[in-house]
Write a protein that binds this ligand. Structure first.
Ligand SMILES: *[C@@H]1O[C@H](CO)[C@@H](O)[C@H](O)[C@H]1NC(C)=O
Ligand SMILES: *[C@@H]1O[C@H](CO)[C@@H](O)[C@H](O)[C@H]1NC(C)=O
Ligand SMILES: *[C@@H]1O[C@H](CO)[C@@H](O)[C@H](O)[C@H]1NC(C)=O
Length: 467
């Protein structure tokens, strides 16, 4: 997250910028481009790259369920009666759903943050409700406690055939360090949960703990630890954790690295640094098929993302780095790869408040990256403009279901961060090509990428976790 809220309009194709040019030349090149676009999309359609997947998925009844667009119609509550004194203090009342979402006294509170009575409880919901995800509801671990793994990521461990979910353990009081400071919880550590089915999660404890007394330590509780991600290094046999390390005011802007022999830790904290000498805030790591891992981080006051390969042992960055999405002000990156193409979901930079997600694609992970547009489908307009009132954190691949992923997001609760919710939804790549947002001569066109809103959903039959 970030504190300042800056937003610049993306640059558009502007004739004057490049000097003089005639109107007819513009018109003809536009016509040419459109023609090429059309031909290309026809060719692509014939190839069946996107179409085939769409077909395969829609034939499957449960895939069809996932592709269904589910509407959400949240009514604004009637204006509240306020005492004249309160009205004087705060003349304006909340007017948008985002205001309602951020207002801890809103009558819609239970809509966005349903209470414990509706919690997903894998130990109890064993009947016809089992394996259902309910985005935004409380989610309990096998001991009946709310899962604490915010800003998280998933590691699939081949050796134990187990999924591990790592995230920020935030079960402490939310407060503001000073008047202008963002809502925060002291560092407690990185929580780890294990699962065979991606639904029933066993608490494996805090695998990297805060430092209580040493004030100069990166993990001192008054600092910031966000978005931990773990990858496994085949060459060294080590589990390597990367995370965003910062001070209360987000001025340190560094990455931290920790390492362990076991997925369940304990992790040994190594050091923090500014990768390539640049600021680094929201980040993620991505391990490619060839074993090369990459660090992707928001930099230069969050105005751009940087991407670069890690060293062979995954403990450091190399000298190679590319700036991507320069001037786009994106954060919360989540990457995945499908049929040789790299995809990334990002959010805008509005602190804990939700904003619009964008999908990006690239043929080479080092770029160039192109922006495809908002991948959110269903819900309502406001749901789509706020990533379902959540922020991206990870995309989980599901081997056996080509083109189907789980999109993992956090519905932050700035009034009580420990009570932030998880929004997991099906993400599907396939179908008609997306039109790129930027001027790029129409090449290449990527497959459409959609995240479908569902009040409740589960993975298709045949999912290995389902017995
Ligand atoms: C489960 O099935 C029973 C019996 O058909 C029904 O009464 C109950 O409402 C169902 N529960 C859910 C959560 O769908
Ligand atoms: C406190 O942490 C710093 C930084 O990690 C370290 O250099 C120092 O030795 C630690 N001090 C104590 C007393 O452990
Ligand atoms: C953070 O900023 C506030 C206000 O500018 C300042 O009072 C405080 O000392 C700063 N804290 C740190 C740890 O830099």
């Amino acid at each position: 997250m970030r504190i300042k809220n800056k937003y610049r309009k993306p640059t558009t194709f502007n004739c004057n910028a490049g000097g003089r040019c005639s109107m007819s030349a513009v018109v003809w090149s536009l016509v040419g481009c459109l023609l090429m676009l059309h031909l290309y999309s026809l060719a692509r359609h014939k190839d069946g790259v996107g179409g085939e997947i769409q077909l395969r998925m829609s034939q499957h009844p449960q895939f069809r369920e996932l592709l269904e667009v589910e509407e959400e119609n949240i009514q604004m509550p009637p204006p509240r009666k306020r005492s004249p004194r309160a009205a004087k203090r705060k003349p304006k009342r909340s007017t948008t759903l985002i205001d309602e979402f951020l207002d801890e006294n809103s009558q819609l509170r239970n809509t966005f943050f349903p209470d414990q009575r509706t919690a997903i409880d894998p130990m109890k919901d064993t009947g016809n409700d089992s394996f259902y995800y309910y985005p935004g509801r409380m989610w309990l671990d096998t001991e009946g406690n709310p899962i604490q793994a915010h800003g998280g990521g998933i590691l699939y461990d081949q050796k134990s055939r187990t999924y591990y979910w790592y995230g920020e353990y935030k079960d402490g009081p939310t407060y503001h360090a000073h008047k202008k400071g963002a809502a925060r919880v002291d560092i407690i550590g990185v929580g780890c949960y294990s699962s065979k089915d991606l639904w029933t999660w066993k608490n494996e404890g805090i695998v990297l703990a805060a430092e209580e007394s040493n004030e100069t330590h990166d993990l001192h509780k008054l600092n910031v630890l966000e978005r931990p991600k773990v990858i496994y290094n085949e060459k060294t046999g080590k589990y390597v954790m990367w995370m965003h390390i910062d001070d209360t005011n987000y001025t340190k802007a560094s990455i931290g690295v920790a390492v362990s022999d076991y997925a369940t830790g304990p992790f040994n904290y190594l050091h923090s640094k500014r990768p390539h000498g640049f600021e680094s805030r929201d980040m993620t790591v991505f391990k490619d098929d060839d074993g090369v891992a990459y660090l992707i981080y928001s930099s230069d006051d969050n105005s751009e993302l940087h991407i670069g390969p890690l060293t062979e042992d995954y403990l450091d960055v190399t000298q190679f780095m590319r700036r991507i999405l320069v001037g786009h002000h994106r954060e919360a990156p989540a990457l995945f790869k499908y049929q040789g193409t790299y995809y990334m979901i990002t959010s805008g930079c509005t602190g804990w408040a939700p904003n619009e997600a964008l999908a990006h694609a690239a043929e080479s992970i080092m770029g160039p990256w192109e922006t495809m547009g908002n991948p959110c489908a269903g819900g309502s307009k406001m749901f789509r403009l706020t990533t379902f009132f959540a922020q991206s954190t990870f995309v989980i691949p599901l081997p056996g279901f080509p083109g189907l992923y789980i999109f993992m997001a956090d519905r932050w609760n700035p009034a009580d961060l420990r009570d932030s919710r998880y929004v997991w939804l099906p993400l599907i790549v396939g179908g008609p090509a997306d039109r790129p947002l930027e001027y790029n001569f129409g090449f290449p066109l990527w497959s459409r990428l959609s995240i479908y809103w569902h009040r409740k959903w589960r993975l298709p039959q045949g999912w290995s976790g389902l017995k």
